[in-house]
Design a protein around this ligand. Structure first.
Ligand code: NDP
Length: 446
């Protein structure tokens, strides 16, 4: 970190001491853009880093709702409208008991640069609630979503702020949220939310987009570094939306997925049957613990998949943040992992990333590798504005094109700044951040 970045970071550490995930995300970005800060000493006088790290607006609100027994509950709702420099705020909603303001800020901060890398006209935001959807009935989920949207509706709009899903928010929740928005506004502004059902303005391939996009990016990395995907052994953590479709596209390209996980433990299976995983997660909303009995093969273990002694070539963490620390990263490297690509947001901590780079592991950060989801959300917005639908193949082709373009932007940054060609983290941060800074300066007052 250069002196200017260090001063701004120290100031944030003082002001936001209770937001460790946010500080971690800022530290990663600041450390890797040193080269552009050194080339532009004038940025300090323009307070560029202060302007980048201060959210434009934070909304926090009360979400009261009634359970099926008539008991009232109150959860906390958030929307962080971080940066509208490149377009309407865009980023998902997360429903998870660990949601806090610091988590929302880290996710929204990451989202700004990820969205910049897609080259689509979208700013950065994120929101959610500490509501736990696990074990709730459909009617409880509906009442919660309606209450959440009753407040959120006044802050969003197709040209203002366009939320989508994230952990705990899938097609069911987006349907209830959109239904309440329509009822409150009395208009069919389908472009206000993305990840909608196909019957009311959703896009084909949105569900698959983050996972498929991750694999398109990994395939580009492999091509660039002379690795044949056929027969590569992969660990994919998580078994939610991102993990399932990453596994599907990986298998379609000859990559062998040997393990997946969820919040309760992990599954090891050399003959992984993804249709059983989908049935458990998408229909039964259960745990992978049920898999061995249903599939007739595979072994279930409690704990983290990253504490297991598994020989693999690739790791694609697609579960949640900070799944991999230095100890777990060292274990992956010892067991043969040579490529790590993040499907989740910030699943590796900064010590783990440093270890990958020291050991010559190819590493793709989430803001480049998982940008396919938000990119396809922006394609959904385009279809809503044009009032037409593209076919699955049309959307998938555009998604692949965007992921290849993000890889190309990383390569260009590596060439321009003479970076380590395995260091996609610096390349992605430099390419994304520079776009936002250029637009801020061009518009004068941001
Ligand atoms: P889901 O809620 O669909 O899936 C999350 C998965 O992670 C589940 O399998 C869950 O287990 C598992 N998980 C949750 N907590 C833990 C934990 N502490 N340890 C191990 N596993 C855990 O979310 P998504 O797939 O949508 O999102 C996953 C990640 O990808 C998040 O970081 C999200 O921000 C990021 N992302 C998502 C995008 C999208 O389009 N959905 C776009 C870009 C990034 P269980 O099934 O038991 O709950």
């Amino acid at each position: 970190m250069n002196q200017y970045a260090q001063r701004v970071f120290d100031d944030l550490k003082r002001k936001d001491a209770s937001q460790p995930e946010f500080l971690q995300a800022v530290e990663e970005v600041f450390s890797s853009i040193r080269i552009i800060l050194d080339q532009h000493p004038e940025y300090e006088k323009m307070a560029i880093l202060e302007r980048l790290t201060e959210p434009e607006r934070i909304i926090q609100f009360k979400v009261p709702w009634m359970d099926d027994r008539g008991q009232m509950h109150v959860n906390r709702g958030y929307r962080v409208q971080y940066s509208s420099v490149l377009g309407p705020y865009k980023g998902g909603l997360r429903f998870h008991p660990a949601v806090s303001l610091g988590m929302m800020k880290f996710l929204a901060f990451e989202q700004i640069f990820k969205n910049a890398l897609t080259t689509l006209p979208i700013g950065g935001g994120k929101g959610g609630s500490d509501f736990d959807p696990k074990g709730k009935s459909d009617t409880e989920i509906m009442r919660f979503c309606q209450s959440f949207m009753t407040e959120l509706a006044r802050h969003i709009g197709p040209d203002v702020d366009v939320p989508a899903g994230d952990m705990g928010v899938g097609a069911r929740e987006i349907g209830y949220l959109y239904g309440q928005y329509r009822r409150l506004k009395g208009v069919s502004e389908s472009g206000v939310l993305t990840g909608k059902g196909l019957g009311y303005g959703g896009s084909l391939a949105r569900k698959e987009a983050t996972g498929y996009g991750l694999i398109y990016f990994v395939l580009e990395m492999m091509k660039q570094h002379g690795i044949d995907p056929q027969g590569q052994r992969a660990i994919i953590s998580g078994s939610g939306n991102v993990a399932i479709y990453a596994a599907e596209k990986a298998q379609a390209n000859g990559i062998q997925v040997i393990a997946m996980s969820d919040s309760r433990g992990y599954l090891v299976d050399e003959q992984l049957d993804l249709s059983v995983v989908k049935q458990i997660k998408e229909q039964l909303r259960g745990s992978l613990e049920q898999y061995p009995a249903m599939a007739g093969h595979g072994r279930w273990h409690a704990g983290s998949v990253y504490d297991a002694e598994l020989e693999a070539d690739l790791a694609m963490p697609c579960g949640t943040q900070n799944e991999i620390d230095a100890v777990r990263a060292a274990r992956l490297i010892d067991h043969g992992v040579r490529l790590v690509a993040e499907g989740a947001n910030m699943p590796d901590n900064n010590e783990a990333i440093a270890l990958y780079l020291q050991n010559g592991v190819l590493f793709a950060p989430g803001k480049a590798a998982n940008a396919g989801g938000v990119a396809t959300s922006a394609l959904e917005m385009s279809q809503n504005s044009m009032r037409l639908f593209w076919t699955f193949e049309e959307v998938d082709d555009k998604l692949r094109g965007i992921m290849i373009s993000i890889h190309r932007q990383c390569e260009e940054a590596m060439r321009q700044y003479d970076l380590d060609p395995k260091n996609y983290v610096a390349a992605a941060n430099i390419a994304g951040v520079q776009k936002v800074i250029d637009a801020m300066i061009a518009m004068g007052d941001y």
